[in-house]
Design a protein around this ligand. Sequence first.
Ligand SMILES: [Zn+2]
Length: 191
Amino acid sequence: MVNVKYEDPRAHAVRERYLGVFGGPELPVPVEAIAGDLLGLRVEESGEIDCSGMLLPAERRILLNAHERAGGRDDPPLRRFRFTIAHEIGHWVCHCLEGRARDPKPAFCREVDLTEVADKTLEREANVFAAELLMPEPAVREAWEELKDVTACAARFDVSPTAMQWRLHSFGLSNPPADADGLETDRKAAR
Ligand SMILES: [Zn+2]
């Protein structure tokens, strides 16, 4: 039973623009180059922020929490960074209109929340955008058909197994991640 519709054509448009201009392999999606080369956003790590990621639209900067490089759960930290970058690109494209929005607000993203129950609309929108950008549906379905394994699919897209499993779940191809309840508890505890 699929109860979530992940869909954001803006993510596909951005990815296709990048491929049209710069070419290169389609997977894994070159999210840092999309931020830097296509959108002109500087991606930096900071040890001094207390959220997962930040978008500072006036400065065209994305900040990543350097402490998250140390990892967590079973997700390789760089994959986590990739999702955070994609999420911040989502804010830039959807909420700052790539710099055209009047008075765009910085985004402080406490936790890049992979689940469908993210409670804040803008955060949820950025997450949907990130999932769409990194894991295009036709390619995910093809990978699943071929590999039938969450970890192998995650490796192909260079995303965390948790992110991949949510994505597969949204297409009705997999159960939600086993620790979904734990994630929910963590999130509540973090509030
Ligand atoms: Zn956010």
